[in-house]
Design a protein around this ligand. Structure first.
Ligand SMILES: Cc1ncc(COP(=O)(O)O)c(C=O)c1O
Length: 469
C-alpha cells in the first residue's frame, strides 16, 4: 500500500506536515528559553474552536496544527522558566524527541518487545545507579509517583500478608506508617489497595519536618501488641510541601529491626541524592523507591520510575497467566511486574537523555536548582518586607511577604499568590504550612536563571505592595 491509497491520510504530504510540526516545536523551545512577560488569555479563535461539535469532515492539517499551537500557547506550560508551582517539569528537548520516536513505533511494553524491553531494564539500572541505589535493582517506568507508590505498596502488602492479593485482607487488621506530610498519592494507594486510609498512621514531625522515628517505633509496637500487621513504612525523600526529608537512616533502622517493608517516596527529591548523598543516607536500605524523572530529571511527563530491591516481590504481587497473553516458555513479561498493561516506551526518554547529555550534566542542573533555592532564601531573609519559613532542605523555599501595617499575613499572602497568577509574570502557588499561608516556589527547571529568582522577589514585593495598599 502506498501512502496515497491508505485510509486516514493527511491532506498534505506527511513529510511536509512533520516539518510544520518541527517548526512549531522549535518556536515553542525558543519561547521557553526566556520568561515571557505575561500569560495570554484565550483569544477569539480558541473560544470559537471550543464551541465546535465533533467534526465529521477533514480539515487542513496545517491549519489544525496552527490552531493547536495557539491552544498550547494559551495554556500554562510548565517548561517556562518562571513556572514555580507544585513540582513542575521542564520538557527537556531530547525527551520530547524521544517521545516522538517512541510514539512513532508505538511499542507496547506489556509483553516482551525485544530491544525496547532490554533498554527499559538498562534504564532502570541507570536510574538506580544515578541516585546510588542497589545496582541490581529491578523495576519499571510508570506514569508517575502515584502509580510508583501504589505499585510498591501492592508489593509490600503481599510481602507482609502472602496471599492477600487473592484473599483480600480477610479481616486482617493492617497499618501503613508515614509522616504527616506524606503526598496524597500514598493515601490514595492505601485506599485503592483496600488497606484503608483510616489505617494510615500519620506520624508527627520532628526537627526539619521529618517524621519522628521514636514515635514511629512506638506506633508500630503499639499496633503489633494489638494484633495489627504493619504493611509498610513510607518515608518521604523531599516532601511536596517543603522539601523535607524524613530521617531515613533512623527509619530504616526501625524497619529492619522489625522486618517491615520500607518504601521511600522520592518522586520529587531523590534525584538530589546524586549531588547531596549525605542528606539521603539510609534510603539505599529501602525495599522500594519512587523517583519521577518528569520532575527533577527534567523529562517530559510521563516518566516515573519504581525501583525494588528484589524483583520477586513484584512478581509475587503482579505475576499472572492470561489466556490472551500466554507465556511461551518461562519468560517474564513486564505485565508480570507492573500494574499497567499497555505501556508506552517511557524509558526511552530517560535512556536517550542520559546518553545525549551524560549523568554529570544532570547533576550540574540539580546543583543549579539547589543554588537558586539558596539564593531566594538569602535574598528574602536579607529584606525587611519578607520572611522565610526555614532554610530550604532542597529546592522548595517557603517565604512570605510581611509588609508593615498588614495585620492578617495569611489573608495577604493568599491574595498575593492569586494576584501574582493574575499578573502572569511568575506562576506560583501558596501553601498552608502549620496553619499559615506561605508562598512556595519549587525550582526544578533547568531553564530557570538567577535573574528569574531575583525577579520573583521583586515582582512579589511590587504586587504585594499594591494589594496591601
Ligand atoms: C513526593 C511526591 N510523591 C508523589 C507525587 C505524585 O506524582 P505524580 O503526579 O507523578 O503521580 C508527587 C507529585 O508532586 C510528589 O511530590
Amino acid at each position: 500500500m502506498t501512502e496515497s491509497d491508505r485510509p486516514l491520510r493527511l491532506d498534505a504530504p506527511r513529510e511536509e506536515v512533520l516539518e510544520h510540526v518541527a517548526k512549531l516545536v522549535a518556536g515553542a523551545w525558543q519561547s521557553f528559553d526566556r520568561f515571557r512577560p505575561e500569560e495570554p488569555p484565550l483569544d477569539e479563535r480558541v473560544l470559537e474552536l471550543l464551541r465546535t461539535e465533533l467534526p465529521e469532515a477533514p480539515a487542513s492539517a496545517h491549519e489544525a496544527l496552527d490552531d493547536t499551537a495557539r491552544i498550547l500557547d494559551e495554556s500554562i506550560a510548565q517548561p517556562r522558566p518562571r513556572y514555580f508551582m507544585g513540582v513542575g517539569s521542564s520538557g527537556l528537548e531530547i525527551g520530547t524527541m524521544a517521545d516522538l520516536l517512541a510514539h512513532t513505533y508505538d511499542i507496547n511494553l506489556a509483553v516482551d518487545a525485544r530491544a525496547a524491553t532490554l533498554i527499559e531494564k538498562q534504564a532502570v539500572r541507570w536510574a538506580a545507579e544515578f541516585v546510588g541505589y542497589a545496582p541490581d535493582a529491578a523495576g519499571a517506568f510508570t506514569s508517575g509517583g502515584t502509580v510508583s507508590n501504589a505499585t510498591a505498596l501492592a508489593a509490600a502488602r503481599e510481602h507482609a500478608l502472602p496471599g492477600s492479593r487473592l484473599e483480600g485482607l480477610a479481616g486482617e487488621r493492617v497499618a501503613v506508617y508515614t509522616s504527616e506530610e506524606v503526598h496524597y498519592s500514598v493515601t490514595r494507594a492505601v485506599e485503592a489497595l483496600g488497606i484503608g486510609s483510616r489505617n494510615l498512621r500519620a506520624i508527627a514531625l520532628g526537627p526539619g519536618r521529618g517524621l519522628r522515628p521514636d514515635l514511629l517505633e512506638a506506633a508500630i509496637d503499639a499496633d503489633r501488641a494489638k494484633g495489627i500487621t504493619p504493611i509498610a513504612v513510607v518515608a518521604t525523600a523531599g516532601t511536596t510541601l517543603t522539601g523535607a526529608i524524613d530521617p531515613l537512616e533512623a527509619v530504616a533502622e526501625v524497619c529492619e529491626a522489625r522486618g517491615i517493608w520500607l518504601h521511600v517516596d522520592g518522586a520529587y527529591g531523590l534525584p538530589a541524592a546524586a549531588v547531596r548523598p549525605e542528606l539521603f543516607l539510609g534510603f539505599e536500605r529501602a525495599d522500594s523507591l519512587a523517583i519521577d524523572a518528569h520532575k527533577w530529571l527534567y523529562l517530559p511527563k510521563a516518566c516515573g520510575i519504581v525501583l525494588v530491591r528484589r524483583q520477586e516481590d513484584l512478581i509475587a504481587s503482579f505475576g499472572h497467566e492470561a489466556g490472551y497473553l500466554p507465556h511461551q516458555q518461562h519468560e517474564l513479561h513486564a505485565m508480570d511486574t507492573t500494574f499497567e498493561y499497555s505501556r508506552p516506551f517511557r524509558a526511552l526518554k530517560f535512556w536517550l537523555a542520559m546518553r545525549v547529555h551524560g549523568a554529570q550534566a544532570f547533576r550540574d542542573a540539580i546543583e543549579r536548582n539547589l543554588g537558586q533555592a539558596r539564593l531566594l532564601y538569602e535574598t528574602v531573609i536579607a529584606r525587611p518586607d519578607f520572611e522565610a519559613l526555614a532554610e530550604p532542605p532542597l529546592s522548595i523555599v517557603a517565604f512570605r511577604h510581611v509588609p508593615e501595617g498588614v495585620a492578617d499575613l495569611d489573608a495577604h499572602n493568599g491574595r498575593l499568590a492569586e494576584a501574582l497568577r493574575e499578573d502572569g509574570r511568575v506562576w506560583i502557588s501558596s501553601a498552608l504550612i502549620d496553619g499559615e499561608v506561605w508562598l512556595r516556589p519549587c525550582f526544578v527547571n533547568f531553564r530557570t536563571t538567577e535573574e528569574d529568582v531575583l525577579d520573583l522577589v521583586e515582582i512579589a514585593a511590587e504586587v504585594g505592595e499594591r494589594i496591601a495598599a
